[in-house]
Design a binder for this molecule. Structure first.
Ligand code: FNR
Length: 380
């Protein structure tokens, strides 16, 4: 309520509380290259637009005269109590936004009590990010490397560094056609950004003819060639189960049959996501995919959601459609670009304050009472 009370008393916040304005402000600050990379999406951007449209199509049906004077945002996700149904999504290469990169974002998440998901393609080695977080809840996102030794090494490093949950991203067997990056010739990876976990990894180093510092270009090409593996299929998941003893969540599920396959493979959760519209152009909006996935597997594993969340009411809607928590991506990257750790904290606090108010004004004392009956879908 601090942000709310400050605003009511005439104190203008350093960053806007309308998070949809952050992209424009970050572009003014950092220029078109980095912001183009973060804002960009696949093809003509139709999937990113579909994400927003799919959330907007659902409208909240508020209820009155329900006691909402005491409220509690906490939820249980993957066997853990979380103070709110929100986590930060994995975003690689955050050093293009701010020199403190992942450490600043991770500290912000820790300070606000929401889990931080560290990307495999982070600009900071996982051990350093873990150290910045103390014992706060952290998840490790895996781009499944072609070399099984590197995969194994990543999993054991992540475990040793206290990451509780493995988030395996399936929608990126390769990078998509992203015209904005292609036209600006802006691809951070080609400059070695996002390689910190790889370059610091003994199994990765063992695959190089020369050490990274002697031939950085060869190291970057080795990374590009192995960062993901388009040959993987469902039976390969057994490898992850064998080498990771905590919860495993598959990120990038949209089809109910894939959700069933995840449950059949004994996975603990899925993230219904289209990577913020950055992979398949012309894809279904993630929120449009959510109800069918929840219907297929909602009672068998934990369903999480991301892609297009910008407001508290977006979170309300995803939860009402059956997600247990949501991940947010671009808004916190912009917050980081604008004001480092404080900017990320601002984004988290705005989202949670707005969620809390939306719940209260709609007759809910917390997220756990939400269900499909709280929404109506506009068909026009
Ligand atoms: C991503 N995303 C992503 N996902 C992942 O699993 N590993 C990664 O390294 C990245 N990197 C990444 C970089 C940038 C710049 C963006 C914008 C996104 C996808 C991310 O985790 C998430 O799915 C989306 O960002 C969610 O959509 P919104 O909230 O950005 O609309």
């Amino acid at each position: 309520y601090e942000i709310y009370l400050n605003g009511m008393s005439g104190a203008v916040p350093r960053l806007p509380t309308d998070l949809t304005r952050l992209e424009e402000l970050t572009e003014q600050r950092l220029g078109p290259g980095p912001v183009g990379y973060v804002a960009g999406s696949a093809g003509d951007g139709s999937t990113a637009r579909a994400n927003r449209a799919a959330l907007r199509r659902h409208r909240i049906m508020p209820r009155m005269l329900r006691d909402v004077h005491e409220r509690d945002l906490s939820v249980e996700v993957l066997g853990r109590a979380l103070p709110a149904p929100l986590a930060l999504a994995p975003i690689g290469v955050l050093s293009i936004m701010h020199p403190d990169a992942e450490c600043a974002a991770a500290r912000a998440a820790a300070a606000q009590g929401v889990p931080f998901t560290l990307s495999s393609a982070s600009s900071t080695p996982m051990e350093q990010v873990a150290e910045a977080m103390g014992d706060a809840e952290r998840w490790f996102q895996l781009y499944w490397p072609k070399d099984p030794e590197v995969a194994r090494s990543f999993l054991s490093r992540a475990k040793a560094a206290g990451f509780s949950t493995l988030v395996v991203t399936l929608d990126t067997p390769m990078l998509a056609w992203r015209p904005r990056d292609l036209d600006q010739a802006y691809l951070p990876f080609l400059h070695g950004v996002g390689t910190a976990n790889y370059f610091s990894d003994p199994a990765f180093q063992a695959g190089l003819a020369k050490p990274v510092h002697e031939d950085p270009n060869a190291a970057v090409m080795h990374f590009v060639g192995m960062f993901s593996d388009p040959a993987k299929t469902w039976p390969d998941l057994a490898f992850l189960r064998e080498h990771w003893d905590g919860p495993i969540v598959l990120k990038g599920i949209l089809h109910p049959d894939d959700a069933r396959a995840a449950a059949d493979a004994g996975m603990d959760g899925i993230v219904v996501s289209n990577h913020g519209g950055r992979q398949v152009a012309g894809s279904i909006g993630a929120a449009a995919a959510l109800p069918r996935v929840v219907e297929a597997v909602g009672d068998r594993l934990t369903v999480l959601f991301d892609s297009g969340v910008r407001t508290g009411d977006d979170i309300f809607k995803a939860l009402a459609l059956g997600a247990k928590a949501v991940l947010v991506g671009r808004p916190y990257a912009y917050g980081l670009g604008l004001d480092g750790q404080a900017g990320v904290e601002h984004v988290i606090r705005c989202l949670l304050a707005e969620l809390d108010l939306t719940l209260a004004l709609s007759g809910h004392a917390g997220p756990t009472t939400l269900g499909p009956a709280d929404l109506i879908e506009e068909t026009a």
